[in-house]
Every structure is written in C-alpha cells, then in structure tokens.
Design a protein. Sequence first.
Length: 349
Amino acid sequence: MYNWLLKFFSADMAIDLGTANTLIYVKGRGIVLNEPSVVAVAENKLLGRKEILAVGAEAKQMFGRTPGTINAVRPLRDGVIADFEVAEEMIKYFIRKVHQRNLLTAPLIIICVPSCATPVERRAIQEAADAAGARRVYIVEESTAAAIGAGLPVEKPLGSMVLDIGGGTTEVAVMSLGGIVYSNAVRTAGDQMDEDIIDYVRKNKNLLIGENTAEEIKKKIGTAIMPKDKTNELTMKIKGRDLMSGTPRETVITESQIATALSQTVSKIVGTVHLALESTPPELSADIADLGIAMTGGGSLLRGLDAAIRAATGLPAFLVDNPMACVAVGSGRMLSNIDKNKHVLQTMY
C-alpha cells in the first residue's frame, strides 16, 4: 500500500544530464526544465567545503565574470561527472525545482548517459541521483533515448540509425527490434567546436575570447561546409582581449573562417558515422539507406552538417523535430512502461 501511494503522489522523471544543458521530463507533464549544466561555486576555506551560489541559467551568466573567490563551473565533462560534489548539488537543485509539490515523496528517475561512460562513471551518476532523493534510479544510453524521442521505428525489424551530437559527446547507434545492434561514442561534440573557435581566433586574430562568445559565433555564423560564394558570406563582429596589448579590441570574423576552424571536428563526426556504417550488418544497412540518418542533439544544429554527412556517405541525413529535446522525450516515454523497457534500462547496484 505504501509503495502504491509513493507511485501515485511522486512525480517520476527522466533526466537528460548533458554536459551543456540538463533537461527534465516529468511523467504526465512533459519537459518542465531546460537549463545550462552550470554551477557557481564559492570556496569556504573556514569550513573546508564548497558553497553553491547559483545553478543553471543564473550561473551561466557568471562565466568569465566572477571574482577570484567564485568559480562558474560545469560539473560534467564529456557527458559524465567530473566533479561529484558539485554535480550532486546541481542534480538535487534541479530535482527539487520540479518536484517541489511532492517534497514528501521520492521519484523514480531515469538518467541518460553516453555509451562511452565507464561503469565507474555510471555508478557515480546513479549515486548522485540517489543522494538527491530518488526512490529508484535507472540508467539508459543516450542513443536509445534519442532514437525513441525522434520517433524512429526502433521496435520493428528494421535498421534505424541515430546520430546524437551533444555538448560533450557524439554518439551514433544502429537499432533494431528494440535493441542496440551497434553503438559508438566519441568525446568530441559541441564543446569541442567552441574550443576550436577560441583556438582559431587566438591564433589567427591574436584575440582571446571566452566560451560564451565562441558559442554565440557558432550559433550565428557557424557552418560545417565552406561557403561557395565568399563575396556574400556571413560575418560577425566580435570583441575580446588583444594578446599583444592586453586591451579590449573588436574584429570581424567570417563564416568561411569558422568553417576552417571547425573542419577537424566535423571530419571526426563524419568519420564516426562512416565507422558505424562499416560495422552495420548488410540487411540493416539497406534499411538505413531507405530511412536515412536521424540527427539529434544541440550539436546537430550546426548549419550544413547534414549536407556534409550526406556528401560523405551518400545517404540521406535529416535533422529531427526539436533535436535538443529528443533524449529527454525518449527517456520520458520509457517512464510509461518500465517493465517493457527493462532490457535497455540498467541499474548499477
């Protein structure tokens, strides 16, 4: 009777714990939270511990603007926990924010992880959710959730390929009959694109810019393919610190320059897709040739990336509807029938 009451009153949820953003899907309500995976931390030397000052969007605004005693940090790197203490506090904050109406009950939680996450990393994520007050925690691979969220026919005897490009990892998977036939993940994705832009501007413009500026450049004029008509290409004014004088300076950057900056990362993503196609059974390859490659995740929004994959593979590649929410939506749909999805859900203890 007690367990039944817990299920009735608690808001079971699915969490897409991303390197760049965290999304939470609550059963019966849909996506209720989408915030940056950022925490502002102050070191309390007297007490010998960290104090959390801000989480999410408020903390992200502090990037590059904090005094020496405060750090705006990302507790997740490459899709897994890099700072357990801060990550645990961030997860607690987000869960409490969406579960505030049911403080006396503990939710069942599904958390998504990249396939390259080690057992130790998966256990750390599960322990963080447990400490945040979950009654039970399941782990699911991001590619599985992304395929379900994208509406691919994963339960049918057909080969479906999903390419999920997040902040920390790029994951490609082939699914059939509700299971993963092949999956692979590389720790190269949206964050690496930002670093590529920072490096290019530093080396070629003698200008130092921050992560937020690099992300803005990527969103506004970023492209995976070199523009054919350079006379009409997109440009953008950027500001940063001159490396020679140390003073603020403004310069102009073009989309062809950004295409050059991102070329290695784009090639690595395309190479990951190639490897997946080479490792896929022939019958399923024929299905993928018909259905195409579904692209999900925030990194897949890079302009021209679908065209670059089509040109390199000769296969159709398409951006799904609402690509940034696919993983959260897919894992959220699993909440409706946990028993049916037990074969793809894991628990580390």
